[in-house]
Write a protein of this length. Structure first.
Length: 353
């Protein structure tokens, strides 16, 4: 609703905001379909994604109430429920309630209660209702569900509800368009992309493989290694032409470096931490060799990025202002403790260069 004087613009699906509004509304439709299909689940969050996202236009996370897992065999059935809700042209109704009332509405949902904890208890809470489905949401939304005439469920994965010690969430991705024609075109495009998926080509041509003994870390086979080395040589040539100098930096650093660089506050859960007893042994060995050392209780981690190590190098270089900028290139491996559900082929890994 227009609550005060404002500028008004009518947006269609060709605009970015128009697309995101439709996909946001479709996430609610997907949430309603998931509740109907799986029964006892606890919906978490369902945002729209940016145009061109390789997984879909939107998703919805839910915490299984009875151990439910999403299978690709469920996609067509879930999409069928979405289509039925779309045909009903159910209006999106905005409701504003006190925070205490919202707590009562979602009293049985641990996921929604956690979201409500982030909202100031003295403020009102905005809900959106479509059919019998009610969700926490600030909006905006399309007027009714009938705006999404082409709807598909395309992928499922897992996500963590907080850190990796928390229960796993099921994540379901969808795509939606304002016409069946656009949906059919998207299906054809996805079918062609599937044929050229690098994960499929990599297996067919024996370029690389993966193993549960080192999840998220690629094994480059002979053919793949030749391609990899050719790409590295090309990149090194381009770097040299731009004035970069190649360096080699360690894999293992004290956690104090990440704290000093500011990464620790944001990325500590994504680091591979060395067992503390091993870190103490390494620290003791460093002291015996006369190297600079901090408290042996300081943990150690595999590096997830090169920049803090390069800062240490720069600190030791004798560089005048006339030699700036200093350009360093590093091809040593990086390790990031990515969630299992986010790992995808060679595009999202735990070990990469």
């Amino acid at each position: 609703p227009l609550l005060s004087s404002a500028s008004l613009a009518l947006l269609d699906f060709q605009s970015e905001l128009g697309q995101r509004t439709l996909w946001h509304s479709c996430a609610h439709i997907l949430g309603a379909a998931l509740e109907e299909f799986y029964g006892e689940i606890y919906l978490d969050d369902g945002p729209p994604l940016t145009l061109g996202h390789h997984l879909g236009h939107f998703y919805y996370d839910f915490l299984p109430g009875s151990g439910q897992t999403v299978s690709s065999h469920d996609f067509a059935k879930i999409a069928s429920i979405c289509d039925r809700l779309v045909k009903k042209k159910l209006p999106f109704e905005r409701v504003v309630v006190p925070h205490a009332d919202a707590l009562q509405v979602f009293a049985s949902s641990p996921t929604k209660l956690r979201l409500l904890e982030r909202i100031d208890p003295s403020s009102d809470v905005t809900l959106y209702k479509v059919g019998t489905f009610v969700d926490l949401c600030r909006g905006p939304h399309v007027p009714h569900s009938g705006f999404a005439k082409g709807f598909d469920v395309v992928k499922a994965s897992t996500a963590h509800w907080g850190d990796e010690t928390a229960p796993s969430l099921q994540r379901v991705y969808g795509v939606a368009f304002p016409s069946r024609k656009e949906l059919n075109e998207d299906r054809a495009r996805r079918a062609e992309e599937a044929k050229r998926d690098h994960r499929v080509v990599g297996q067919q041509q024996q370029l690389f493989m993966f193993s549960d003994y080192s999840p998220g870390s690629p094994f480059f086979l002979p053919h793949g290694t030749r391609i990899y080395n050719a790409l590295v040589s090309l990149i090194k040539e381009k770097y040299r032409s731009q004035g970069f100098e190649e360096v080699i930096s360690p894999q293992l650093y004290r956690d104090s470096l990440w704290k000093k660089s500011g990464h620790w506050e944001h990325y500590q859960e994504d680091l591979f931490h060395l067992d503390r007893s091993h870190a103490v042994d390494i620290a003791a060995a460093a002291e015996e060799e006369g190297e600079e050392s901090e408290e042996t209780s300081n943990g150690m981690s595999l590096k997830p990025m090169n920049c803090p190590g390069h800062c240490l190098m720069f600190d030791k270089l004798s560089v005048s202002h006339r030699q700036l900028p200093v350009k360093l290139a590093d091809f040593s491996p990086l390790h990031r403790n990515e969630n299992t559900g986010s790992i995808r082929g060679l595009t999202r890994l735990r070990r990469f260069c």
